[in-house]
Design a protein around this ligand. Structure first.
Ligand SMILES: Cc1ncc(COP(=O)(O)O)c(C=O)c1O
Length: 188
């Protein structure tokens, strides 16, 4: 976690899972009640859509451009729908490929605090890049936005980076989800 700029995450804020996908499933299982609204990027990862719908979520799409989710539109949707949480893939969105810029990342965290909305950051691809390093994850940036860490759950993945592009049956590679203590305890 320290390598990813999240120096102050403690063991009781972490859960080791079999992958980001299991983390997302645990979040769905523990947080979503039928009829709850969840905001996702449009488009977003198909398996997440299927997972959250399985638990009865009504998904609302926030539009994305090359710089990630459009934060002005996202804020309007949060204010209108008061979602259970917002699910984002800020770094190399799947399937959009969009890379959220640093300004929008900060805005997302400020918005979370302003509206007291939980953000789920799915970050399986943050370690996979050529050339320029992507901006810091929401998790790393959360130390610069007071109050945002308690409203953030971060799902990482080892399988996507350790065995990148080699589907060699290592799906059991550990990853971790990190979040506020009370969410982590609820998931555990
Ligand atoms: C956005 C996104 N989240 C999660 C996953 C699954 O990650 P893992 O293999 O760690 O379960 C993928 C894999 O395609 C993905 O694209």
């Amino acid at each position: 976690m320290a390598q990813k700029g999240a120096h102050d995450v403690t063991a009781d804020q972490l859960i080791v899972t079999t992958g980001s996908q299991q983390g997302l499933d645990l979040i769905g299982k523990t947080m979503i009640s039928p009829g709850d609204k969840v905001i996702v990027e449009g488009p977003t990862f198909l398996a997440t859509i299927q997972c959250f719908r399985l638990y009865g979520a009504e998904l609302i799409s926030a539009p994305v451009d090359g710089h990630g989710v459009k934060t002005d539109e996202l804020e309007k949707l949060i204010a209108e729908h008061k979602p259970k949480f917002v699910y984002l893939i800020p770094t190399f969105g799947n399937p959009s490929g969009a890379l959220m810029n640093a300004e929008r990342r900060k805005k997302v965290l400020e918005m979370a605090v302003k509206h007291q909305t939980l953000i789920v950051e799915d970050d399986p691809y943050g370690d996979l890049y050529f050339g320029e390093t992507p901006p810091p994850s929401l998790l790393a940036l959360s130390s610069t936005v007071p109050g945002s860490r308690e409203l953030l759950v971060h799902c990482g993945s080892l399988s996507e980076s350790a065995v990148a592009r080699i589907a060699c049956g290592l799906d059991g590679c550990a990853c971790r989800i990190a979040g506020p203590r009370h969410h982590v305890q609820a998931v555990q």
